[in-house]
Design a protein around this ligand. Structure first.
Ligand SMILES: Nc1nc2c(ncn2[C@@H]2O[C@H](COP(=O)(O)OP(=O)(O)O)[C@@H](O)[C@H]2O)c(=O)[nH]1
Ligand SMILES: [Mg+2]
Length: 341
């Protein structure tokens, strides 16, 4: 028997989290109201603690092939300021932080000279201040806002569909928004099914579009939604024809839209630069960065800092829906990398 405990705001949230993690055969075995935190804190919020169970063999069948054990809902992935690592092992950090990014290293040396700081004193707080001062047009500091229509574009396998499920869950559960999904990834039946499955778990609408001419009609069907998330077919940066195909669908959207280029931080920098270039034809205006959990060095981080002017909406750090996503503030991203690398 697998047993999970969820600390949530309401039963709806618990049911959705349990369905994602354990599948729809899971059963609720108990619930009680609690106030997590120190007893003397008057601001403690009332929460619901729900315990859910499933037979092990049913769970295994439902999750065959899934690599990663799910986390409990109470686990918070990005640590708070007070919990971050102390700036220990400072001098050993310098090389690993800047790696082969000479431009970032030069800016760091210049910053150290200006502020009379020892170059080897690379600590988390120091980095945070350095970036804010030396990268004034820092993409992590730019204003980000989910629009009504949000399209995710990018190569196959970077995590577009998974990220859509994470965003949809967050907006639906935490912000109580009416969310609708559209997929134009109709090249693969499995891709449509994947999105439909997520929509089913949340109990929201999902439309698939087979021809550009169907786009307007499908958006109009979702006119009551506060947020529409559009999933697209993945295209290699070398496959101009397929990127052009996506453009024909997107051109049919009359309303203002956000187009997010989704890139994996575990790909190499050159590959990502070719993606940034090839996808320009789709007029993307913001980025979503995925797979931070697979990152081995800071190379992509500096590349995005140095060569990208667009805001970064979210960063993702795992396969678990809905938890492994966060707003991409500089503090969130940097503290994640600092802790993991
Ligand atoms: N490690 C890791 N895997 C992810 C992340 N986001 C998605 N994935 C996995 O990457 C694979 C492809 O994801 P999918 O959403 O289908 O990609 P798409 O082709 O761009 O739609 C799946 O196995 C996902 O579980 C992430 O942030 N970290
Ligand atoms: Mg997909």
């Amino acid at each position: 028997m697998i047993i999970r405990r969820y600390v949530v705001n309401d039963m709806r949230e618990a049911i959705i989290r349990a369905k994602y993690e354990l599948g729809s055969d899971a059963i609720i075995i108990s619930q009680k109201h609690i106030r997590p935190g120190k007893w003397y804190n008057p601001l403690r919020k009332r929460k619901l603690e729900v315990t859910v169970a499933i037979e092990e063999n049913i769970h295994e069948k439902a999750h065959a092939g899934r690599e990663k054990a799910s986390r409990t809902a109470a686990e918070v992935p990005v640590k708070k300021e007070s919990e971050r690592l102390p700036d220990k092992c400072r001098s050993t950090r310098k090389h690993s932080v800047f790696g082969r990014n000479d431009s970032a290293l030069m800016r760091w040396q210049e910053y150290c000279g200006r502020n009379a700081i020892a170059e080897d004193s690379v600590g988390y707080e120091q980095m945070n201040m350095f970036i804010k001062e030396s990268y004034l047009e820092n993409p992590f500091m730019k204003e980000r806002k989910l629009g009504r229509i949000n399209v995710l574009v990018g190569p196959t396998g970077v995590g577009k569909t998974t990220t859509i499920a994470k965003i949809a869950s967050g907006e639906f559960l935490s912000n109580d928004k009416k969310v609708g999904l559209i997929t134009i990834d109709t090249y693969r039946i499995a891709a449509v099914e994947q999105l439909k499955k997520y929509a089913e778990i949340l109990g929201i609408r999902c439309e698939s579009v087979n021809e550009p001419s169907e786009m307007k009609g499908k958006i109009s069907k979702l006119r009551n939604c506060d947020i529409i998330l559009v999933d697209t077919v993945g295209a290699s940066p070398k496959n101009e024809d397929r990127i052009e195909d996506v453009r024909q669908y997107l051109d049919e959207i009359d309303e203002e839209k956000n187009t997010y280029l989704t890139v994996s931080m575990s790909s190499d920098v050159d590959t990502n630069n070719s993606i940034f270039e090839a996808y320009k034809t789709l007029g993307y205006n913001s980025l979503i960065l995925t797979k931070f959990d697979e990152v081995k060095n800071y190379n992509n981080f500096w590349n995005v800092m140095e060569n990208n002017e667009l805001p970064i909406q979210y960063f993702c750090f795992g396969q678990t829906v809905p938890e492994d996503i966060s707003e991409s503030s500089l503090e969130n991203v940097l503290s994640y990398l600092w802790r993991e690398l």
